[in-house]
Design a protein around this ligand. Structure first.
Ligand code: UP5
Ligand code: MG
Length: 237
């Protein structure tokens, strides 16, 4: 169809290389919408567990669980009908299994199945109303990349790649203190390994197509942004 495809820039780099920090700066200066795949997955865990809890609460189960078995609630639950309740529980269970799956993969530093991440990215793109996106921390492996291209038919305008030594990334993550479940030394090591084995090949793939803009990310935040700014500033021919 004649609908114009959105502009997408993939922002890649190791854990703690400064993707989120620099994306916030780019948004301010260049009118992009920032979509962090990791942030979207963490938001999905949060809303999914809240959703699950609400369902249990409306079944009156917390009261039963807490030992305060109130006859009124027992009668109320019975009145909802056995079939209805059964269907409801299956729905809750599968919802919780999905959330637990995402939670466990992040805790292990593993890459969540493409269909989950792509669905979240597509929804966020639609909801934004914008047509320029920084996709931060995705695609993380060859399968992510191929699936995104196949599903959305979008090719990135270019790939912004933050290059940073591991020791520096480790230092940054360990001093971040945002309560992320994956910011502990065991998980950090696993994230580094997955980055080297699965994510760097994606950068190499785009590099072979001349699409990578590599930035030395070990410098202070404002110095990195000077370089990033030059990449996003349209050049007069
Ligand atoms: N900081 C930033 N820049 C600095 C600088 N130049 N000098 C000094 N300090 C600097 O920065 C990290 C910290 O360093 C901050 O405290 C910052 O102030 C400071 P940040 O901008 O947050 O770095 P970022 O690269 O965004 O690090 P992040 O930890 O978010 O990267 P990850 O790639 O590890 O995390 P993400 O959220 O993308 O993914 C988490 C997990 O989700 C993955 O491990 C995976 O399990 C899962 N996931 C998928 O499965 N699929 C996906 O598509 C995406 C994620
Ligand atoms: Mg980030």
């Amino acid at each position: 169809d004649s609908e114009k495809k959105p502009t997408v820039v993939f922002v890649l780099g190791g854990p703690g290389s400064g993707k989120g920090t620099q994306c916030a700066n780019i948004v301010e200066h260049f009118g992009y919408t920032h979509l962090s795949a990791g942030d979207l997955l963490r938001a999905e865990i949060k809303s999914g567990s809240e959703n699950g809890n609400t369902k249990w609460e409306c079944l009156g189960l917390p009261l039963l669980k807490a030992g305060g078995v109130d006859v009124k609630y027992v009668v109320w639950i019975t009145l909802q009908g056995l079939i209805f309740s059964a269907l409801f529980c299956v729905d809750i269970e599968s919802g919780l299994a999905y959330i637990t799956m995402i939670q466990n993969m992040i805790k292990e530093g593993k890459i969540v199945p493409s269909e989950v991440t792509i669905k979240l990215l597509q929804k966020a793109m639609q909801d934004s109303g914008n047509d320029k996106f920084l996709i931060d921390g995705f695609p993380r492996n060859e399968e992510n990349r191929a699936a995104f291209e196949a599903v959305t038919k979008i090719e990135p305008a270019f790939v912004l790649f933050f290059d940073c030594p591991e020791e520096e990334m480790e230092r940054r993550i360990l001093s971040r203190n945002q309560g992320r479940e994956d910011d502990n030394i065991e998980t950090i090591r696993k994230r580094f390994k997955v980055f080297l084995e699965s994510s760097l090949p994606v950068v190499e793939y785009y590099d072979s197509k001349g699409k990578v803009r590599k930035v030395d990310a070990a410098k202070p935040i404002d110095e990195v942004f000077e370089v990033v700014k030059a990449i996003f500033t349209p050049k007069d021919e």
